[in-house]
Design a binder for this molecule. Sequence first.
Ligand code: MF3
Ligand code: CO
Length: 272
Amino acid sequence: MRPVPVTTPRPPYVATGGEPKSPPRRPVLHDDATIARIQRACDVASTVLAAIERAVCEGVTTEELDAIGHDAIIGHGAYPSPLGYLGYPRSICTAVNEVICHGIPGPLRLNEGDIIGIDVSVYLDGVHGDLCKTLGVGEIDDDSVRLLDAARRALAAGIAAVAPGRSVNVIGRAIEAELAGRFGIVREFVGHEVGSDFHGALAVPHHYEPRAETRLEAGMVFTIEPMIALGSGRARLLADGWTAVTRDGSRSAQFEHTIGVTAEGCETLTSW
Ligand code: MF3
Ligand code: CO
């Protein structure tokens, strides 16, 4: 594990060996001051993702990208949320080609034509911020261009569906409508509430799940992070216990924002 300055406040799960305490059973409604703190964590995460993006090129390894992310995060006085979370060994997640999410940075070198998802989460001033973006390395094939475009549109459609009074399942319904059956939607991983807990009580399915009936209310903060595949979107976990890949080997892409529900609709707290 890369070192973090002793003066940098850690999320509580670092002290307990990675096990988070169970979050409150109902979604938290944050006051404006807390939303402002989450906004600052999201700003740091967004800035760090932009720095990593500038380093993505043919020949770079995913652990070099992790080092850049780690140094940028601690440079802002923040803690990399994944580091030590349930034993996760790195500071960011990287997802190359058929990797859906939670890929562990390592010696893998990027090639021209690859796609790579970069997921950055930070803990600052007692709260988390979380975002992800998928990039092409140099020139990518037409299917990959279509996939990245679809994943971006899926996130936008999910965000546009958010409004107080609606059920959380409107998000997955909007994503399904946007993709019109042309791509697979990964069901095994969902968006999640964000706040003082990295993963809070509220789960946000990216497919239409009628039982997800929690009503959205102003003050809720959560991620929407649809994982879209060229194939079926069925997932399988590698032996490292973290890396999720598509069962059919097809490429997968993901874009993620942290959003806050407002009286009028929602605000997007992260940016890329
Ligand atoms: N944004 C990712 C998520 O919420 C970050 C995962 S960190 C890990 O799922 F440690 F859980 F991998
Ligand atoms: Co997330």
